[in-house]
Design a protein around this ligand. Sequence first.
Ligand SMILES: Nc1ncnc2c1ncn2[C@@H]1O[C@H](COP(=O)(O)OP(=O)(O)OP(=O)(O)O)[C@@H](O)[C@H]1O
Length: 404
Amino acid sequence: MHGISDEMQKQLEENMSKIKHKIVVMSGKGGVGKSTVSTNIAFGLAMAGKKVGLLDADLHGPNIPLMLGIEGTKLGDLSKPFQVNKNLFVVSLSFYMRTSDDPIIWRGPAKIGAIKQMLGEVIWGELDYLVVDLPPGTGDEPLTIAQELGKIDGSVIVTTPQDVAILDSRKSVKFSTLVNMPILGIVENMSGFVCPHCNKRIDIFKQGGGEKAAKELGVELLTKIPMTPGIVHAGDDGKPFIFNNKGPEVEIMKELVNKLINKVEINKEIENKEKESDKKMGNILKVAFPTNDKTNVEEHFGHCKEFVIFEIEDAKIINKSFVTPPPHEPGVIPRFLGEQGANVIITGGMGQKAIDIFKSQNIDVILGARGSIEENLKTYLEGELYSTASACNHEHDEDHSCNH
Ligand SMILES: Nc1ncnc2c1ncn2[C@@H]1O[C@H](COP(=O)(O)OP(=O)(O)OP(=O)(O)O)[C@@H](O)[C@H]1O
């Protein structure tokens, strides 16, 4: 299990491209409540109606199944995540272990291969969010996982209130910068304890480490979660704390989830607007191909199952997405691709009317393409792909494609 095949790498990228938002939860060291925070964020997002995947990628202590009450689960079909409820799906490295106390003793490359294999084999399908519980620390393992996830919306850094929080958080901030992922903010966990008998607050782990770290590092302090006995019971009983509990700590968790939704979705909107304006200024290129098998150019342009659209910036692919066109009717598909912002369509062939509609939207048409999409795209980006066919001559079926 040292590496993965090209085919699986492709599958991995395709899996990741179907996920709208990715959040990684990390911490500079173990035991600060990273898995607790990941589980409650994922459960909270699912409660808010989002379709969520929770990936327990903590190689050494994959304990999310325990927190969800599904410990001991062994999946027969490893490509399918475990469905916890209508909106929440989970995959844990523990599903791959023989027993729950089977120590994970893979080293270096084997570990990385195992993670890549898991990312490649699991078919999440379309998700609104993937929440990833990274292994603690900022070493090679979390780094590889973060790099394989593709574009990440941001990291949530979990820390505790001690002074050392600043050191741990600084490492996590550096890590986030290294993999080019935005930092959504810091969660100061185990932040004081309010005695249920006398209501007096006791700062067991000192005070404000996370807050200070956030200020010094110029990162938002997302929230402070107090030491709460209910959180321990919920974790041990396999029922996430955010679910079915009441009180200020639950409200804190719910506010955290709402904050993340706002941050991630607003960030994405801003990014999309920037991309749109970049595109208008000619900085981002969108290249579309019809396909039936996600790999090869479908020559029957008007009847393909879907289109793959690549976004290109500085001759590099920065995004790849699949879109399903509306049912075929004359003129509908060229307009649909115009709405998707396509600048170029590369296909086998099409009728003159479709070509005219594309041209009226300033979309270039390249005809005569066949075979591998990636190869065609590469040739196009090298400036070597030219139309090798002319319009099909079909009066009534402008989106028709012939096998030229
Ligand atoms: N705010 C809190 N109040 C009380 N207990 C908490 C709180 N947050 C986490 N815990 C408890 O602390 C313990 C460790 O939490 P958790 O497993 O989430 O930490 P972790 O950072 O993921 O650890 P690891 O590095 O081992 O994966 C658990 O028993 C959990 O229930």
